[in-house]
Design a binder for this molecule. Structure first.
Ligand code: PAF
Length: 299
């Protein structure tokens, strides 16, 4: 595995990669969810390029940029074991040198939910991902369904700015009690960790209702809120039933796939999760298919 830190080194190493190249962009603190993206990229490409960069522009004031978990040596070892070909790990000053002033704003799909709670977050994500796409020139880039709105933003940005690549969405990996894997789970103490399982319980219960034919978004939302509010440690930010193309709330019965989206705070930790309904869409390629139809329709 080759490790590079400068843009010249990256461009040279990228030139040496032949065939189809898959990109897995990360902020490090790797867990099994990241490694599942690498595994899929490995299986579907001739070469895998991974990046490690804790992107300061996607953290708002008072967010956890300074305390974000860092384990560079551990991350490199995990990438090595997962058979990554090339790792790009730039310094902050390389990606945002003094005088830097160019940012990408994706408009409608960033207005609500994460975009509303974390002003500037998606501007930072769209900007760094566009820079990584320009530098790494991947044929395909892999992202996790756990950040479903981020995927919609990246897909929109890539289509609008004519990046010649495919975006693949990989299913959320979960702990045994259903908690979605996240680098931020390490912030949870034992009590908070136990309470955090309620996110998946809420998604599962609303999903079961849907499968039993209760398709009214208001009923599904009520179920999400009931389960989340039964945990004293959980402070709900949002629990909604949205159109997975637009992230707008659904009010009426709806025949197309729905997305349940949750964000809560437990102590100092902010957690998000989501599930597509019908539940079977959460299997491999569910969100890719759902958002793929959409981008094809809206291009
Ligand atoms: O999902 C993440 O880890 C980050 O938002 C990403 C896509 C690597 C951009 O910094």
């Amino acid at each position: 595995m080759q490790q590079v830190e400068t843009i010249d080194e990256l461009r040279e190493a990228r030139r040496q990669l032949t065939g189809r190249v898959g990109l897995v962009a990360t902020m490090g603190a790797l867990h099994a969810g990241h490694l599942s993206l690498v595994e899929q990229a490995r299986a579907e490409n001739d070469a895998v390029l991974a990046t490690i960069f804790i992107n300061p522009t996607q953290f708002g004031p008072g967010e956890d940029f300074d305390s974000y978990p860092r384990d560079l040596q551990g991350d490199l070892e995990k990438f090595r074991q997962a058979d990554v070909d090339l790792v790009f790990m730039p310094a902050r000053a390389l990606m945002y040198p003094p005088g830097y002033q160019s940012y990408i704003t994706v408009e409608e799909v960033t207005q609500r939910l994460e975009g509303e709670r974390r002003p500037g977050h998606f501007r930072g994500v769209a900007t760094i991902v566009a820079k990584l796409f320009n530098l790494a020139c991947p044929d395909v880039a892999y992202f996790g369904q756990k950040d479903a709105q981020q995927v919609a933003v990246i897909r929109r940005m890539a289509a609008d700015l004519n990046f010649p690549l495919e975006i693949v969405v990989c299913p959320t990996l979960r702990e045994l009690d259903g908690l979605a894997m996240s680098s931020r789970n390490v912030y949870l103490n034992d009590h908070e960790r136990a309470a955090a399982a309620c996110l998946f319980r809420a998604l599962r219960a609303a999903g079961d209702q849907y499968e039993q034919g209760r398709r009214d978004p208001a009923v599904l939302q009520e179920t999400l809120l009931d389960i989340l509010s039964s945990e004293a440690l959980v402070e709900i930010e949002y629990a909604e039933v949205v159109d997975p193309r637009t992230f707008q709330p659904l009010q009426a019965l709806y025949d197309n796939p729905l997305l349940l989206v949750l964000a809560v705070r437990i102590g100092r930790t902010r957690l998000i999760d989501n599930a597509l309904l019908p539940w079977s869409l959460n299997a491999r390629d569910g969100l890719t298919a759902t958002l793929g139809e959409i981008s094809a329709n809206s291009l």
